[in-house]
Structure formats: structure tokens, C-alpha cells
Ligand binder design. Sequence first.
Ligand SMILES: [Zn+2]
Length: 115
Amino acid sequence: MTHELTAWLTKQIDDAETRTRELLYWAQQTILTLKEPRLLGKEIPGWYHWPAVERACTERLAELAAMRQILADHAADVHRCDGGDFATGDDCPIKQQMAAPHAAQPGYRTEWGPQ
Ligand SMILES: [Zn+2]
């Protein structure tokens, strides 16, 4: 029994958090830049999208935090997905479902597909 799915999923969450924090930083920098008085009254295409980008990033970070908690809830010493037996490997159906959206990323294994 292995824990490779857990390690791989943790990396996917880490990478997604890094990308989201970078995008959030640029959204907030752009919002600040657009508040410059010298830009008032100027035509700036797409200016109204940046608060939505900021909100989407904030929501994504909360989702990623929830994913980390779910992953922790399915750790080897607390796992109960199988109805009583402690499955400690890569056969947890919840972790397999969490991995599915990231199936195109390097290192994904077809045997991790939802059963
Ligand atoms: Zn589980």
C-alpha cells in the first residue's frame, strides 16, 4: 500500500496555491494602479474585471484550504472511507475524486481514476 496519491495531490494543491497567490497579487496591484488619480476618466479596457479576478482568487484559496483539510481527514490514521477497515493507501475514493480534475498533470496514474 502506498501514499503516492496523497503526495501527488499535495503537490497539485501547492502548485495551484502558488499560481493563485501570484494572480491575486497582480489583480491587487492592478486594482491599486487603476485607482491612481492620473488615470481617472481615461478609457482602460477591462478595468472592471479585476475585482472579479481578486474575488475568484480569494475563493480559490479557500477551496484549496478545504482540499487540504479533506486530504488530512483521509490520512492513514483517520481514514474511514471503506466502512471500517483502515485503508491507508491510494485506494481512498475521496482522494481519487479529488485527483480527477488534475488528471492532465504530470505524474497522474490511471489507476487513481474514480472507481
Ligand atoms: Zn478516504
